[in-house]
Design a protein around this ligand. Sequence first.
Ligand code: TYD
Ligand code: MG
Length: 417
Amino acid sequence: MVAEAPPASPQTTGLRRTVRTVTTAPLESIEDLALQRTSSGDAEVDRVLGGGWVPGAALLLAGEPGIGKSTLLLQLARHAVDAGRTVLYVAGEESLAQIKLRAERLGLAGGLVATRDVDARALADHLVRTSPDLVVVDSIQTLRADDEGIPGSLTQVRDGTALLTRAAKESDATLMLIGHVTKQGTIAGPKVVEHMVDATFSLESAAGYRVLRALKNRFGPAGEVGVFEMGDAGMAAVANPSAAFLAERPAGVPGSVVVAALEGQRPLLLEVQALASKSPYASPKRVVQGLDGRRVDVVLAVLERRMDLPLAGLDVFVNVAGGLRLTDPGADLAVALAVWSAVTNRPLPEDAAVVGEVGLAGEIRGVGQLARRVAEAQRVGFATVIGPRHPDLPGGGCRDLSEAVARVHAPAPAASR
Ligand code: TYD
Ligand code: MG
């Protein structure tokens, strides 16, 4: 990069080495990033991106083979072309005829430029010379950074990505890199690439839908999710994800609890399920899916110690229905009530949604964006929200787990007479 530096004014340090001068700039003279964003043409994608495409940004979309990465990016390429922007599609995986066929199915009438050249050096040079608005690389595993290396090897993926990332910055192109993840869920060619890009997104399958998630984002909030359905015309945003994710919820079954969760900035109603069964093992099993296993362990310990719930000798299974992943600490109370409900074999009232963090003393603690969670719960049809004591919670909240359990297991008013 020395070649690009401003003409060096040689200075001599005490060690008698010649150094370049450092270029500085007052921050207020720098153009605002927000002003440079361009809509992707898809509102759901824009929200996950943090507002739209940013010129010069390098983004990574990771996901298992067949999940829909190429489909989604071809759709976004089509939107960009429709908006009069120049797009280059680097097709390392499929033939141009295959890409053309698929792009036509997705409504692309023309205007998309593609190449099968995966030589990262040549591509980088091409970017700098032609300055396209958007470049899609499908996939980084097919990139070649030098002639000797094996495509897909760690050094090829890393060096190829580095070359293209630099070229994108230089040419102000938005670079969207597709990366396949291995079975273990790690990004192949892995963490090395994640650190080179400005934002990393994952595309996952959950309850038959596709979930686009911002894992890291220099230009917007991380954790933001978009929900899509894969159909004949590609990926379409799901208008009401809460209702979609709850569609298969069994009615009146013990161990099923609806949580008023927050993923990124989006309130989302999801089902947490628990099952407890007599363990044949000396040390019972704890199997957790879609939630932080350590948080669940803490909740189980609190249930045992503060609520005298007998868990010793029981295998406990807790998951988020549909295979979704939930990072929200506000799911604690739902986990606690699901396990309570499973162990006592008593279902929760069907119109109740639950939210709250659980502390070690069994207290229920506040969560972010309570009002928005409550609003979403009510919109989807949950009249009662059980959560922390807070003015934003209609009907009053609960101080601790025993109050919450009393609330969900109180006999119906008519029956109590
Ligand atoms: P694809 O985008 O090729 O996945 P990836 O690039 O992540 O490997 O999409 C995979 C599946 O999507 C494939 O089985 C076909 C299906 N598909 C649809 O259902 N509808 C469509 O409009 C398109 C283009 C693909
Ligand atoms: Mg693909």
